[in-house]
Design a protein around this ligand. Structure first.
Ligand code: ATP
Length: 234
């Protein structure tokens, strides 16, 4: 569904991705793992058009999206949820959610605001609260819910568990798996929290200093003790 071929991305003299080949399949969770600075964020920024690769190609359902603008990308069915909980703090939870209804793609059965509130009930309880009053976990739920309202076919998620308590991360990872199982969504997830990201993944990809070190079924990677110790930190 999503494919990268020979993608190299740089920031001036720093090579963040080097000749990366990668596939994220339909109806699957593909987790990209790696330490700080491995190139995970750059990978998602390159796919979603926020960073221009120096070379290589990104295709989505066979269509070349390497130089597509961000709004056309949304209409094509790709939604990027960047690191850092990008909510609009002066708006309420409900108003933030409704922003997700703008520029929807027409590729899937749309989810309504009440559907996404069913996935994350706390957003319903707090619907009239200003977003700046939310906890980190609630903000993360809000940005995922808002992205889902754009009716994506594939969600690109950058470190959804960053800085969250284990119980809240587990809830978010559970919903991600549920979206794939019950709504046929495809997910490309980048995470430092390798154990959790592999536990919900079909396929795992390990990045090290901008290169693909390993790519295999998530179960195979989880069982590889040497790889876990060397690259995944557990
Ligand atoms: P983290 O988990 O810390 O966010 P990451 O795996 O997401 O790490 P990237 O943020 O993609 O890694 O960074 C990859 C490399 O590119 C690193 O060496 C980083 O220092 C460098 N880099 C990232 N953004 C910039 C930038 N705006 N300017 C210069 N170098 C950058």
């Amino acid at each position: 569904m999503l494919e990268l071929k020979g993608v190299t991305s740089r920031y001036g003299p720093v090579t963040a991705l080097q000749d990366v080949d990668l596939v994220a399949g339909e109806g699957r969770v593909t987790s990209v793992l790696g330490a700080n600075g491995a190139g995970k964020t750059t990978l998602l920024r390159t796919i979603s058009g926020l960073h221009r690769p120096e070379s290589g190609r990104v295709t989505f359902d066979g269509q070349d999206i390497t130089r597509m603008s961000a709004d056309r990308m949304t209409r094509a069915g790709l939604a990027h949820v960047p690191e850092g909980r990008g909510v609009i703090t002066e708006l309420t939870v409900d108003e933030n959610l409704r922003l997700g209804l703008l520029g929807r793609s027409r590729h899937r059965e749309p989810l309504s605001v009440s559907d996404v509130v069913d996935l994350f009930p706390i957003l319903g309880d707090r619907s009239h609260a200003l977003a700046h009053t939310l906890s980190g976990g609630e903000r993360q739920m809000l940005v995922i819910a808002r992205a889902l309202l754009a009716t994506p076919r594939m969600l690109l998620l950058d470190e959804p568990s960053l800085g969250l308590a284990p119980r809240i991360s587990a809830q978010i990872f559970g919903v991600i798996r549920q979206l794939v199982e019950e709504h046929g969504l495809s997910v490309l997830l980048v995470e430092q929290n390798a154990r959790s990201a592999l536990s919900i993944a079909d396929v795992g990809i390990v990045l090290g200093l901008g290169k693909v070190i390993a790519c295999d079924d998530a179960e195979v990677l989880s069982a590889d003790e040497n790889l876990r110790h060397a690259y995944l930190g557990y």
